[in-house]
Ligand binder design. Structure first.
Ligand code: F0G
Length: 466
């Protein structure tokens, strides 16, 4: 008998959510230009758009919020946060920021300038996979973003424990052939863009050491650091008996810098971090950019209470009961879909189930956005909101202006932390199974309006015949 995994919490406060009728959803979706990003949240029943800032905080976090110190400079809450960073990651220097992209915007231009001073003429960041805002900030800083993801991640039906890994051969070739232009390597844990897939400890070590031997700074994009550590404990024999805090320390011992959207594993509604192991001079240069961009160096765009919530959230993220229950819930949804024959990225990722829309609609072209078609149909059927990770999100080739096919056409069912129950997951699975039965009747999309950058958030669509 398989043992069920009860949540390691009980519910102290509830937030009502509203079920709508199909007619109401149809009207709302048409008004939103067939783009779920434009829907009002009150028209959504179960919101699986993102796990970012949408989780529930604990009573301990809310209690610490009341103790938040709102001093403009030198807030007690800042020192509490930087002590938590020091304890968990062994990093000396902490800059709070308003969210992950805040860290990217203050750090990347400084690193690009340093690389140029050393002779880079065509600066480039190397990553297993850049998240989309990360890529945007690399490009805004005047550099290019290259991905070196392993090939198994592209085949959703193949089970591989470490689909977030770098292709180390390709990475090593790039380091050999283009050393002078490389600004930094970014290890994204878990790797959101290929399905919330973990990076193995061996791969983190090898990639980081290759970079370090060549004098290249190593950054961890730490949004989902604890989920990655949990997968290492589950899947790597060498770590079966290790604690999550020790695994996290070991992962981060390979990095010089980390950026973090604390809205994920940091378990807060808003906040982020930009931290340095021991490079005081770099820390000071980045602090200088923090002041005009994010705010004074001990608050970085956050209220004292936000930092107080984060200091507790980072500790709670490491609790194994929490990680076990969370990842089991994501797996539960994934397995229900698999049992019904729905193609998903396998194994199931840490924060979301990624449904392979290319396999569901083999005849819908990338430029007619199969995963967006699926998101819309799911919303109409059930009020569940998901998000597209595919050709729509990837955008056009910046040089040719052409829409090229993305690596995947995925619909992401993203599960916020400590927020929904398995009953909600049952409803999501049942609804999607109904939608997929009707796949032949669903219509492809084309743009009615397309903005030049980050178009997925504002685009409007019309349906076309198949
Ligand atoms: N890095 C990763 C891996 C992310 O997933 C995100 C955000 C960021 C950086 C940027 O952080 O939003 O706090 O500025 N991901 C969200 C998502 C938006 O839905 O996956 P941010």
């Amino acid at each position: 008998m398989s043992k069920s995994v009860p949540e390691p919490w009980r519910i102290k406060m509830i937030e009502p959510i509203r079920m709508t009728t199909k007619a109401q959803r149809k009207k709302a979706l048409i008004e939103a230009g067939l783009n779920p990003f434009i829907l009002k949240s009150e028209d959504v029943f179960i919101d699986l758009l993102t796990d970012s800032g949408t989780g529930a905080m604990s009573d301990r976090q809310w209690a610490n919020i009341l103790l938040g110190d709102e001093s403009y400079a030198g807030s007690k809450s800042y020192y509490q946060l930087s002590q938590a960073v020091n304890e968990i990651f062994d990093f000396q220097y902490t800059i709070p920021v308003h969210q992950g992209r805040g860290a990217e915007q203050i750090l990347f231009p400084v690193l690009v300038e340093l690389a140029k001073e050393k002779g880079a003429s065509d600066p480039v960041f190397l990553s297993n996979h850049h998240f989309d805002t990360t890529k945007a900030h690399v490009e805004l800083a005047g550099a290019r973003a290259n991905n070196f993801i392993c090939s198994s991640s592209l085949q959703t039906e193949i089970a591989d424990d470490w689909k977030g890994n770098f292709d180390l051969n390709e990475l090593s070739n790039e380091i050999k052939n283009n050393l002078k232009n490389i600004v930094a390597i970014i290890i994204t844990v878990t790797c959101n863009s290929v399905g919330g897939q973990p990076v193995s400890m061996d791969n983190i070590r090898s990639a980081a050491r290759m970079a370090r031997d060549a004098g290249i700074p190593v950054i961890i994009d730490a949004a989902r650091f604890a989920e990655n550590a949990y997968f290492i404990k589950q899947r790597d024999h060498a770590f079966f008996h290790e604690t999550i805090p020790n695994i996290v320390k070991e992962m981060f011992s390979e990095a010089d810098i980390f950026t973090m959207s604390a809205k994920k594993d940091g378990m807060v509604n808003i906040g982020g971090l930009c931290c340095f192991r021991n490079n005081e001079s770099l820390f000071k240069q980045v602090q200088l950019r923090c002041v005009p961009m994010e705010g004074f160096v001990t608050y970085g765009g956050l209220a004292g209470r936000d930092m107080a919530a984060m200091a507790v959230g980072l500790q709670e993220a490491l609790e194994e009961d929490h990680l076990h229950s969370r990842i089991t819930q994501v797996e539960y949804l994934g397995h229900k879909l698999q049992q019904a024959g729905i193609p998903i990225q396998t194994p199931v990722g840490g924060h979301a189930v990624f449904v392979d829309a290319r396999k569901i609609f083999p005849d819908i072209k990338p430029e007619n956005f199969p995963a967006q078609v699926l998101c819309n149909a799911l919303y109409l059927e059930s009020g569940v909101r998901a998000t597209e990770i595919g050709s729509l999100m990837m955008g056009r080739n910046p040089i040719t202006g052409q829409q090229e096919p993305a690596l995947f056409e995925l619909m992401r069912l993203t599960i916020p932390r400590r927020t929904y129950t398995d009953n909600h997951m049952n409803y999501v699975a049942d609804s999607l199974i109904e939608v997929v039965k009707k796949a032949d009747t669903l219509k492809p999309l084309e743009f009615e309006y397309e903005s030049k950058i980050l178009r997925q958030f504002t685009a409007r669509f019309r349906e076309i015949e198949r």
